[in-house]
Design a protein around this ligand. Structure first.
Ligand code: MG
Length: 228
């Protein structure tokens, strides 16, 4: 007898779900201060890092604005904000830190035959480089980046497009993300099941079908859905 799985595809958010963005940004900014020290040495590293992290606002502010403010506030005179931004765009991928158990979890889901996808809000080339920085591109059957798709979470259309590309129904798909609005409410309105990866930045996404703290909890949760 062939057991039909109820859930056939698992679609993930990237930042704050697969990629530990806060840790990655912290490491990147620290190394940037070292690498461009001849231009930045008049600024204490801790002050440079703290200001970047504050202005970045957990990724909600693009770095053109962040670097323009840094250049003004810290009187950076020998390198332009455009060159600092270019350094960020090229070098960030070298500092992409995964959450624990990332590849173990993806290996397990792949082995169990799930189709895998990513839907991420952000710049096309930058998000693509971050996925490569984590070394996980080959696990995914569909990758949707909002700038390329011209539609972003929580709009239903981007979720619908992802499941169309995977060739599954919404009812056969589960979305894993950390943002209550963009990820959980968005996927719910697309009629998908949802797993909220708990994040202290946001209020609890109580409408999620399941809540996890670590990525290695996902296979067991899928097992529960598929045993109904
Ligand atoms: Mg996120």
């Amino acid at each position: 007898m062939v057991i039909q799985k109820m859930i056939k595809s698992v679609i993930f958010d990237l930042d704050g779900t697969l990629l530990d963005r806060d840790a990655s940004v912290e490491q990147f900014v620290s190394v940037q201060h070292d690498r461009l020290n001849e231009h930045l040495k008049h600024i204490p590293k801790s002050a440079y890092m703290a200001k970047f992290i504050e202005l970045d606002c957990h990724g909600h502010v693009w770095k053109d604005q962040v670097y323009q403010t840094l250049v003004t506030e810290f009187s950076i005179e020998t390198i332009s904000w455009q060159l600092l931004l270019a350094d960020y765009e090229i070098q960030f991928q070298c500092h992409c830190i995964p959450f624990p158990f990332l590849t173990e979890m993806l290996d397990e889901l792949k082995q169990q035959g799930y189709l895998l996808g990513i839907i991420t809000n952000g710049r096309g080339q930058f998000q693509a480089r971050a996925i490569d920085g984590l070394g996980i591109r080959d696990y995914f059957d569909a990758i949707l980046i909002s700038e390329i798709e011209q539609v972003r979470k929580p709009q239903v259309e981007i979720f619908q497009r992802a499941i169309d590309r995977l060739g599954v129904l919404a009812s056969e798909s589960i979305f894993v993300g950390d943002h209550p609005e963009a990820d959980i409410a968005g996927a719910k309105s697309a009629m998908m099941k949802t797993i909220w990866k708990r994040n202290s930045l946001w209020a609890a996404a109580t409408e999620a079908d399941a809540i996890i703290d670590e990525l290695n909890e996902i296979p067991a949760i899928l097992g529960q859905f598929n045993s109904y």
